[in-house]
Every structure is written in C-alpha cells, then in structure tokens.
Design a protein around this ligand. Structure first.
Ligand SMILES: [Zn+2]
Length: 80
C-alpha cells in the first residue's frame, strides 16, 4: 500500500462520515480523531466523530486498505 493509496482511502472515509447524518438529530458528523490499528495483521481504522449539531459521539470503523468504488458503496450501504 502506497502513501497515495492511504490518502485515497482516508479521503473515502471522510466522504462516508460527512455523508452520514447524525442518528440522533440528522446533523453532520465531524471527524475528531482517526486511529489506525493493526488487528490480526489487518489495518483497521477507527474514527471518532462528534455531531456538530447535538454533540452525539459516534465511532466509525473501517477496514483498511482494500477500498475501491465497490467497497465504498458497500460501506455506505452498511452505514445508512
Ligand atoms: Zn446530532
């Protein structure tokens, strides 16, 4: 995985986060903290987000690094 791939991956994560409405009030989530962990040698991203409107906190979890258009849509579907 190249740095360019990682950037692309993180960009898609932020896209998903900004396109996900707050489950409490429908507001927008802001990414506070993005952490990349290795679990069983699989890169695993946890992004802590907070609703800009009501302050509701939510952790988005993403498996890295095999994001492509198809997976991106699948993630969106799962989150909505
Ligand atoms: Zn909210």
């Amino acid at each position: 995985m190249t740095v360019k791939d990682i950037m692309k991956y993180i960009e898609s994560e932020y896209n998903i986060i900004t396109n996900t409405p707050c489950e409490m009030c429908g507001g927008n989530y802001l990414a506070e903290n993005l952490q990349v962990n290795l679990i069983n040698d699989m890169p695993f991203d946890v992004c802590s987000c907070i609703c800009s409107h009501c302050g509701h906190e939510k952790a988005f979890e993403f498996y890295a690094p095999f994001i492509d258009e198809k997976n991106n849509k699948k993630f969106k579907k799962n989150l909505n």
